[in-house]
Design a protein around this ligand. Structure first.
Ligand code: ADP
Ligand code: TZP
Length: 264
């Protein structure tokens, strides 16, 4: 469940996250990780993927602008993270859009033991071959999101963070609904992708992965809510959201976090 003291622990540890991510969100992700109190390194070169993973505290693999040159680097970084016991997170951006993305995600799932997978409902549904309304990298929120998250956690044997109006964290046994956030997050690009990296940072703290994921997404959602009144539109929201990620405290997260265990 929610453990807001993890935010203070994250800022003390300042974990270094190796991001093999897409070109659209690289700068935003690096700035967002700095803002919340972690540290980023962005690299997709296969010449250094394993070595870069080995000096990091966690690895994030995001397929948003996947090319065939990226695949080897992602496999190497993921396998090195497994070897060293580091958290490794998959963000299957737009996996429903093309056969290529589906094949590569399957290859990753077959070869890397992911600590968690973060995606919107359409992305998570696609990974378990369920139909869902999607459009490019975007997804509908309509449907049994908790059921999809729980089924995916069981079938893929990993922690799932399924995002949308309601975020769902499930390890297949425990399923938690997290209700913070703002629709302004869907008006800027990269809000899901940055959350995948923030999740990786929280998973470096050890403890119960469900609690780490619930706290990551709730901290993120509370920060986004704090940014809304200061913003005049997507451009200023973007800037105020980074400020809010830096300003949010464990006390604010504990006060405004809206988290509920789902009945089984
Ligand atoms: N309608 C909404 N209301 C509140 N928060 C939302 C809404 N849609 C998405 N979010 C938040 O936006 C962030 C990114 O989620 P999402 O939009 O599902 O990712 P993606 O960009 O991968 O599609 C998450 O923190 C999620 O909670
Ligand atoms: C628009 C776009 N196209 C390929 S990757 C990408 C970024 C998607 O980021 P997010 O899903 O976090 O908004």
């Amino acid at each position: 469940m929610l453990n807001s003291s993890l935010l203070t622990a994250l800022r003390e540890k300042k974990p270094l996250i190796h991001n093999l991510t897409n070109e659209v969100v690289t700068n935003f992700t690096a700035n967002g990780l700095y803002a919340i109190g972690a540290a980023p390194v962005m690299s997709k070169s296969r010449d250094e993927a394993a070595e870069m993973a080995s000096i990091s505290d966690g690895v994030l693999i995001n397929i948003g602008t996947l090319t065939s040159e990226d695949v080897d680097a992602m496999l190497q970084a993921g396998k090195k993270a497994n070897e060293l016991g580091l958290p490794v997170v998959l963000d299957p951006v737009g996996v429903g859009a093309t056969t290529y993305r589906q094949e590569i995600c399957q290859q990753f799932i077959n070869n890397i033991s992911f600590t968690a997978i973060r995606g919107n409902a359409g992305e998570i549904a696609t990974l378990i071959h369920q139909d869902w309304e999607t459009r490019g990298v975007d997804s509908s929120d309509k449907g049994d999101v908790a059921g999809i998250a729980q089924q995916a956690a069981k079938e893929l044997n990993t922690l799932i963070l399924l995002t949308g109006e309601t975020d769902v964290v499930s390890d297949g046994t425990q399923t938690v609904l997290c209700r913070n956030g703002t629709s302004m997050l869907t008006a800027i690009t990269g809000s899901g992708c940055l959350l995948g990296s923030v999740l990786t940072a929280f998973l470096t703290l050890g403890g119960q992965p469900v609690d780490n994921a619930v706290t990551a997404v709730t901290t993120y959602g509370v920060a986004s809510e704090q940014a809304v009144p200061k913003a005049n539109g997507p451009g200023t929201f973007h800037a105020h959201f980074l400020d809010a990620l830096a300003a949010v405290t464990e006390e604010t997260v504990a006060q405004y976090g809206r988290v509920e265990q789902k009945d089984v």
